[in-house]
Ligand binder design. Sequence first.
Ligand SMILES: *Cc1c(COP(=O)(O)O)cnc(C)c1O
Length: 391
Amino acid sequence: MNLYGLTNELVTLPTPYYLYDLDLLNQTLLVAKTAAKKYNIHVHYALKANHNDPLLKKIIATGFGADCVSGPEIEKALESGFSNDKILMAGVGKSDQEIAYALDANIACLNCESLEELQVIATIASSKKLIAPIALRINPDVASFTHQYITTGTEDDKFGIAINDLQVVLKYIQEQPSLNLIGLHFHIGSQISDNSVFDALCEQVNKINKWFINQGIQLPIINMGGGLSIDYLDPVKNSIANFDAHFSRLRNGLQISEIQQIHVELGRSIVGQCGNLVSKILYKKKTAKIEFLILDAGMTELIRPALYQAFHHIEPLEITDDKLPLHNYTVVGPICESSDTFGKDISLPLSERGDILVIRSAGAYGEVMSSNYNLRKKATIFYMENKKLLL
Ligand SMILES: *Cc1c(COP(=O)(O)O)cnc(C)c1O
């Protein structure tokens, strides 16, 4: 037995490689779409999580929009077939060229993060005789209790406009004929596993929305960002994120009127589980206390463990006998950095040089963050669908 019933083929492919399971992506998209429909939530896919064409094709076919964080991402979204009225742009540091490009492309909304940015957008839009559709990304000062490098919604994070600055910002917008405020935007972190964080966020959003309504402004779009977590510990049992619970939480937690839409921007929860990094054991090495497995994939292919101490489930590609005694290994890559470690105390069957391991849940922020450090070549990409390898 093996992971996908495809062992023979998968064993002969040159490692390291990324393997995307399009069947799982299809199932995930169906579950997400069904839940979105049930709770009337508008989904935008955060392109930065993974922008491979076969994945984007399926996401577009599902009817989701795109959340982009750079000019080239907008370009990619348009080329891939997302329609411009479903494309949003976020980002704390949009360049003048990116803003001009976004305005020319006539995308649905620019989510703005500071007064200075609003001034730049107003100037560029007015020089083009255009009206920029904007939302305010507000920093709601809600702790997301995720890793400190992926929290984005507390007072000291670089993201968003502080609640205390809203009065000044709103006054500025109202004086600018080239700015059209259409929404509020919140994104407080990624891989948020404590769901009560979203309850706290809803409460803050309700207060902020009420403040706007008291100013006589009812904004049509309330964008709650991404952050829905996936199960890195047990990707086999929980291969699909709980979209229904998340959307229900937002729908029930937000006190908004009928004309206000709830938008979300999901990245990880859409593509995280469908990607795997497949790697061969190059060497085994023992110190007094630790037994290392040295793989041919490293932080150049998947930087999440080195960057945010992220955990990824690791298992052998071929499981010959479930009852094999398990050993504890420290699984590392070949790169000249000690942070190039995929996991410590990883329980695996007795493993040898030449065995192939699968690092699971690598579909989001995996391949897209890979680098050529040490002049390494990028890993090859393979796709499987209908239980077949697509070649
Ligand atoms: C990265 C990002 C997302 C996606 O977050 P996930 O946790 O992957 O769902 C959504 N919105 C914004 C503004 C982002 O920067």
